[in-house]
Design a protein around this ligand. Sequence first.
Ligand SMILES: [Zn+2]
Length: 492
Amino acid sequence: MRIAIGGLYQESHSFSPAPADRGAFEGGSLLYGRDLIEELAGLNHEIGGALSAAVDHEAIPLLYAATGASGMPVRQSVLEEFVGDFLQRLSASLPVDGVYLAMHGATAGEHLDDPTGHLFSRLRELVGPDVPIVASLDLHANVTKEMVDASDALVGYHTAPHIDQGDSGARAMRALIQAMEGTRLSTALRQIPMVVPGENGRTTEGPYAGVMDQAIELEDEEGIVSASVFCVQPWLDLPEMGCSTVVVTQNDPERAQREADRLAEMLWSRRRDFTPHLVSADDGIDRALADTAGPYVFSDAADAPSSGAPGDSTVLIDAFLRRGLQETVLLNILDPDAVSSATAVGVGNRAVFTLGASLSNTFYGPVTFDARVRTLFDGSFRFKGPAFKGVEFHMGRTAVLVSRGLHLVVMEQPILQWDPELYRCVGLDPADAKIVVAKSPAAFRAGYEPFAAQILNIDCPGVCSPNLKSFPWKRAGRPLFPLDDDASFVVT
Ligand SMILES: [Zn+2]
């Protein structure tokens, strides 16, 4: 049978400063027609997994547009181009027997709350009610009623950190093939009035793990096609915003709803266990100074590039400068102009630098820093693990500026902050410092725990703060936990 394949993958962030333009996708993946298959077949990617599960069928590649670098709503013109392209390519490929889409599911548009549901509806109009449409979704998807109504089944990742992209695509493709072969799929959604920050959102341990284990067990039962628990990306200020569960059965809508409700109630009952313990910057500094051991690792999740933050926060630099620390402190910031200035100043020379808030200035402003240029570096280095062990990363031209104990790594490009090699590659040893900053909510722990005396989640304002009450929410449906502590959830 003929299966149309495509996807749109972008995680949006309502409180990020400017919409994502076409360049964000050009810097990620923009694959048309056969390129989509040639690039993604055989990879641990949703489309790679879907293709491997559909070897007996004919794949009709449409378009795959993805970006991992942008955390912003997508420009309307870009969405219109992509949706138009999907429709045109599918229209030219008809008839097809099924449609598979690899989506993120937490994409928001500049003027469109739910581009995912919108795309499904437009494709549905084109293929009619009898051609099944099945999509895979990231575990941080914001699942809407339109997505469920316009598709036959939705299949979510089972892992955070995400490692089952290929498996999710294969699960979605197997559901689609069942539907194409005549099985009627019943999909039930239960939306839950809660959002959770990422600190305790792993599926390997903590409050999420037990719920996800139940979903995976359920999927093994006869008659169950798929079970998903979506822990939504928490910075979407949209009316239909929240965690959700989706269960797909073979033609048993009551059972699908019953199981979706059971998983939803389980997640809701654990909602308070997701709250991270946050410490103010001053309290964190006091604790580090009072302890003879070190280093203290400060997690600044609010400025985590892996969550969509720009990496240009000055909140902690400001706190350290105010305290006039003599002890060794390592931190980093994105500021391409400051790197150029440092390059012009030259190694060994001093200057007054104006730093930070170069991409976003909603939560903080630039700081001035009278410092010596200690090191200039090309910014390419390899992670030493455990995550991405051996993989080369690039932070662009990099300068180390030093003032008293404060050692500031200034970079041109945002980078994952999971590996202390970020500091070691410029000759700084985190193990010898009093305080080290990692801009990451959780994944940095594997790299830093072996030598950290303490790890503290610091309560910094910023684009990706886990303190969800600190954002100017306007449109999200209320009550919503934890914004409203008395929010209630009753399955109706
Ligand atoms: Zn995700």
